[in-house]
Write a protein that binds this ligand. Structure first.
Ligand code: SAM
Length: 286
């Protein structure tokens, strides 16, 4: 079985009467080199792996040969028979048919992996890349590392630090959970059907070091700050959080953050401090 051969893929899809659903971000990999590279970078030998969106099982097939156990979550029920065929030989693979964003990841992973940590390896559906990452990171699941493919522009935003023009709320939010880096960029020619944009694979190493910060507070502060990024931080936080300017000003002064700064001038560490201080000053409503 060669799932990355465009001809074999077409035959398989025809045989099962499957047609692509564009709105589900179905762009299947047709290049074994890329699959192998992602898996090599993921260092999954003997690890537990969660895959989001297995499609016809192209990555799953290669992951299952190396990993200890694989749990794959796929929303499209019409892939059921194909996946039963392509992954039938593996006893260490479980496919769960559901929308990942409506799945209790912590519970499902606990049922399948027990208390052991797991890695997330996936070619994500591009229309919900950020929501999936945020959802996974906010779950209490025992994730050690995330290695995922996504639209190149989104990857650049995720890994951007304060010095880059792409720095935004998603960069800060992801940095809160760990270190993100781009492992490789991938041309659009390795997919069927071919998407309009190029892709990139990123790795997020989860470090869990900032757990004293209330994640809800950080999210609200980032939304307020970057939601009106042309305004000064004093104005955007006051408006976005519904707090008195004097209150925000006092906190900014105590942290030595100039009130005239914009969202992009503020570092992750400063956002964490703001979350701690505004929670202290603004109570639970922040
Ligand atoms: N892993 C396959 C590959 O690399 O060839 C397919 C990747 S394709 C980019 C994304 C996959 O995610 C599709 O199979 C699609 O049906 C699935 N998907 C889309 N939305 C989903 C959701 N909300 N929950 C779970 N899977 C989803």
């Amino acid at each position: 079985m060669n799932l990355t051969s465009a001809r074999e893929l077409k035959n398989l899809l025809d045989q099962y009467g499957f047609s692509f659903t564009k709105s589900l971000g179905q762009n299947f990999l047709i290049d074994q080199n890329i699959v192998d590279k992602i898996i090599r970078q993921g260092q999954i030998e003997g690890e537990n792996v969660l895959e989001i969106g297995p499609g016809i099982g192209t990555m799953t097939y290669s992951i299952a040969q190396k990993a200890k156990k694989v749990l794959a979550i796929e929303v499209d029920q019409s892939l059921k028979d194909i996946l039963a065929y392509t992954l039938g030989e593996f006893s260490n693979v479980k496919v769960h048919f559901a929308d990942v964003l409506k799945t209790d990841i912590e519970k499902l992973a606990q049922e399948y992996f027990g208390d052991q940590p797991f890695k997330v390896v996936a070619n994500l559906p591009y229309y919900i890349t950020s929501p999936i990452l945020i959802y996974l990171l906010k779950s209490q699941a025992n994730i050690s590392e995330i290695i995922v493919m996504m639209q190149k522009e989104v990857a650049q935003r995720i890994v951007a630090d304060q010095s880059k023009k792409d720095y935004g709320s998603i960069s800060v939010f992801i940095a809160y959970f760990g270190q993100a880096e781009i492992l490789m960029t991938v041309p659009n020619t390795v997919f069927m059907p071919k998407p309009k944009v190029d892709s990139a694979v990123i790795k997020i190493k989860i470090d869990n070091k900032n757990k004293d910060v209330n994640i809800g507070a950080l999210e609200k502060i980032l939304r307020a700050a970057f939601g009106q990024r042309r305004k000064t931080i004093l104005n955007s936080l006051s408006k976005g959080l519904g707090l008195e300017k004097s209150q925000i000003e006092a906190v900014l002064n105590s942290l030595e953050i100039p009130t005239t700064y914009r969202a992009e001038n503020i570092s992750l560490e400063e956002y964490l401090q703001l979350s701690r201080e505004l929670i202290k000053n603004g109570g639970k409503d922040v």
